[in-house]
Design a protein around this ligand. Structure first.
Ligand code: SF4
Length: 222
């Protein structure tokens, strides 16, 4: 029997019905989104939130302020996010990229394709980080693909998504939902929420809203 494979629009509708609209990205300003997008690499958001709170508390959360602040002060503030030496360098690279181009507003005025290509040239910025910055800080229609996204698609019968190039997974979503910024924001947030609530490394399938259309339902796949 050929299994029915869920498509991107139905998946979105089911996740939205299950979890409701998500308040994500959790940030007060575009710059805060950018700082968070760098600090969240390889760590849980809880740790990033502590680091950002430290930066705010010390009045460091500004483009020029962060670039000019002593390294040891910034590193101490972001230490809770882990790998703080590497993340400090990456943060500086991204902030310098923005400053060299006249600041956030000027960068936001560039066409998306060129901006994405430029961002990917910044040392320490991969596709997920670039798209998080583009979508949530700069309002560009770039679907964010992360490990939750790949795992969910794979379990829903799209096994190719586990190891496919980033662009292929992104295209799977974008083909059916082209250039809808607000939808992309919600969609990524919903996938993250679902990945935490049910579709974890060891899935908690009981009570999962996607269980009726999920081939991996109850199989305990990793
Ligand atoms: S049924 Fe299980 S494997 Fe399938 S999406 Fe839900 S939690 Fe993930």
């Amino acid at each position: 029997m050929t299994a029915f494979l869920i498509d991107a629009r139905i998946l979105y509708r089911e996740l939205l019905a299950a979890y409701g609209p998500q308040d994500w990205w959790p940030a007060e300003t575009p710059l805060e989104v950018i700082v968070g997008a760098v600090l969240t690499q390889n760590t849980a958001w809880h740790n990033v939130a502590i680091a950002i709170a430290n930066l705010k508390e010390q009045g460091l959360l500004g483009l020029e302020t962060l670039l000019e602040a002593p390294a040891d002060i910034v590193k101490a503030a972001i230490r809770p996010s882990g790998f703080y030496n590497i993340k400090y360098e990456r943060l500086r690279n991204v902030l310098a990229f923005l400053a060299e181009r006249g600041g956030l507003e000027t960068v936001a005025a560039k066409p998306e394709r060129k901006l994405r290509a430029d961002l990917l040239q910044v040392r320490g910025v991969g596709e997920e980080t670039a798209d998080s910055i583009l979508l949530y800080a700069l309002e560009e229609p770039c679907f964010v693909v992360d490990s939750y996204t790949r795992r969910l698609l794979s379990r829903l019968g799209h096994a190719w998504a586990e190891r496919a190039p980033y662009a292929d997974v992104q295209t799977w979503f974008a083909r059916e939902i082209p250039c809808e910024i607000e939808c992309y924001k919600q969609y990524h947030a919903l996938i993250v929420q679902h990945g935490k609530a049910h579709c974890r490394k060891r899935p908690a399938c009981a009570g999962c809203a996607l269980a009726p259309s999920c081939p991996a339902n109850g199989h305990g796949t990793a």
